[in-house]
Design a protein around this ligand. Structure first.
Ligand code: GLN
Length: 541
């Protein structure tokens, strides 16, 4: 099977949405019945994203197979529905560590080891390996960073070399600014950026132009002329309400036809059934009512830190036929419980997401207490479950000073403690409990209502865990342990007997897809939407 390659590059600045473009191309190919998968190259020298701070880099996304990868993989999975494996993520760190291992073994005896050809050959070998192992019709390769960065230059060079022997297509995503004072789109930055790419021996086949408003015919013609691209291959990427509309938006501009022509493929039609299913979800996104969810965390200033949580909330709101309004609440602002009513009083639901370290913990505990006491639906994710346990220990079970050994190693009640398997682990990279693990669900609980099944699989990323010594006393005080690991040793889900709040040690947001929202988010959203409705009708009375 001959795999075809589409390489997505970006020019001028980051944040243009290469991940969405890459995913949309995969989706279009899927509409046509092809097997297509996205992969990413990241030039940084970290082995993976596991040790990166979400403040700097956005969310660390976790795959089924334990890989900790760039947040773009979340976008890939949400669009394509594929459970991607870690080999689809190539970083500078992985490449350099592999090449140095080979060098130490003596694989290059007598030679000086060089970026070209040794590193570039390794890249090509890896990419061919992926397409063979996964038997792909198309591999869509996103190159992280922007053209001109030193970090990704050897990767772009490898793609150039590969294009001499393989069917390949280059797409450059660029930005076309509009100057207010002049009132027109300016093409010069893109002209210069394309020159940079051409100096590297690559002429793009398609330009995707990010712009805040539609481009005129003249601007498109100018871009085409200076970039060596046919005017029909200037594709617009303007701000749209719903990113999941992007594949359709690109198809309306003929990107599907351009791809087929580039690879001299027979014209065929997309499978209407697949297109319609996707459209039915993406279009008609307006619902009369918004459900207001407060996210209480410490990285709230950078929403990218919680990209999958936002996506899962959006998926579940839509499936519940409700709009969504997120209130971002920096947990430090809730340090004093007396602020809770004014900050959270209008929320239909409260969510505490995952996190590390003890800054902001107290505010999150206060948010949970407020939700419990005011019967506001609550969803705790990973750290959010651990804090749900700590709040319950202190406020309901009367264990003053209860904490997690992560925050207070000398706490009198260590209701959350380091997992036994983690005690001897010193190295920080890739050593947490990671990836997909089965969860066994107890009947007639909120968790059961959510999953409708005795077993679920969710992804994880944690070192600490509920301390089982306290299960009995918690149960006596009304906490329900509704999900356990399949060996029965680790608490996976706990919930309040009231049926209003639930916490999970897992990260269900990583598996949420637009057409299949994460079950716990669905249940949380259903409760929140209902609580919003009844609060509003009370206010009306
Ligand atoms: N810091 C906690 C732990 O390591 C929670 C992790 C998380 O929220 N992802 O267990």
């Amino acid at each position: 099977m001959q795999t075809r390659y589409i390489v997505v590059l970006g020019s001028l600045l980051s944040g243009l949405g290469k991940g969405v473009v890459t995913s949309s191309i995969c989706k279009i190919l899927e509409f046509y019945g092809y097997t297509a998968a996205p992969m990413k190259f990241d030039g940084y020298l970290n082995y993976d994203c596991g040790t990166m701070n979400p403040f700097r880099h956005g969310e660390v996304f976790v795959l089924d197979d334990k890989s900790e990868v760039d947040m773009d993989f979340g976008t890939y999975e949400r669009f394509t529905g594929i459970d991607i494996t870690g080999d689809f993520s190539i970083t500078g760190g992985k490449l350099f560590s592999e090449i140095l291992k080979q060098e130490r073994k003596g694989d290059f005896l007598g030679r000086d080891v060089q970026i070209i050809p040794h590193l570039t050959d390794l890249i090509i070998k890896k990419i061919r390996g992926i397409s063979e192992r996964h038997r792909l019709d198309f591999l869509v390769v996103e190159v992280g960073g922007t053209v001109g960065d030193i970090e990704n230059s050897y990767f772009i060079e490898a793609m150039r070399q590969m294009s001499l022997n393989e069917p390949m297509m280059f797409i450059n995503l660029t930005y076309v600014p509009k100057l207010k004072a002049v009132g027109e789109h300016k093409t010069k930055p893109t002209q210069i950026a394309n020159r940079g790419l051409m100096q590297m021996g690559i002429t793009p086949h398609v330009l995707i132009c990010r712009a805040e408003s539609r481009l005129t015919k003249e601007v498109r013609e100018k871009l085409a002329l200076f970039s060596n691209v046919h005017v029909d291959s200037i594709i617009e990427d303007t701000d749209i309400d719903n990113i999941y509309d992007m594949p359709i938006w690109f198809m309306n501009q003929g990107l599907d036809r351009i791809i087929m022509e580039r690879f001299s493929m027979k014209r065929r039609s997309p499978r209407e059934r697949l297109v319609e299913a996707w459209k039915s979800h993406t279009s008609d996104g307006r619902f009369g009512r918004n459900t207001r969810i407060s996210i209480v965390g410490k990285y709230v200033n950078l929403h990218d830190s919680y990209a999958s949580v936002i996506a899962a909330l959006e998926h579940s709101a839509r499936a519940n036929r409700s709009g969504l309004e997120i209130d971002w609440i920096e947990s430090d602002r809730l340090d004093d419980y007396s602020t809770a009513e004014s900050l959270l009083g209008k929320s239909d639901g409260v969510l505490v997401p995952g996190g590390f370290g003890n800054r902001g913990i107290n505010g999150m505990i206060n948010a949970i207490r407020y939700a419990r006491e005011s019967s506001t639906p609550y969803l705790g994710i990973c750290l959010g479950m651990q804090l749900m346990a700590i709040e319950y220990a202190i406020d309901v079970c009367g264990m003053r000073g209860a904490s997690s050994t992560e925050f207070d190693p000398d706490a009198p009640y260590k209701v959350v403690d380091i997992m036994p398997s983690q005690r001897e682990v010193d190295a920080k990279g890739g050593t947490m409990r990671l990836g997909s693990w089965p969860v066994v669900i107890k009947r007639d609980t909120m968790a059961w209502r959510a999953y409708g099944n005795e077993r679920a699989n969710e992804r994880h990323r944690h070192r600490y865990e509920f301390n089982n010594e306290f299960i009995e006393i918690f149960e006596r005080n009304g906490m329900v342990f509704s999900g356990m690991s399949d060996d029965g040793k680790l608490v996976e889900i706990m919930e309040w007997k009231s049926g209003n709040g639930i916490g999970t040690q897992a990260h269900p947001e990583f598996r949420s897809r637009p057409l299949a929202p994460a079950p716990l988010f669905m249940e949380f959203m259903r409760l929140s939407a209902e609580s919003g409705r009844s609060a509003r009708s009370l206010r009306h009375d």
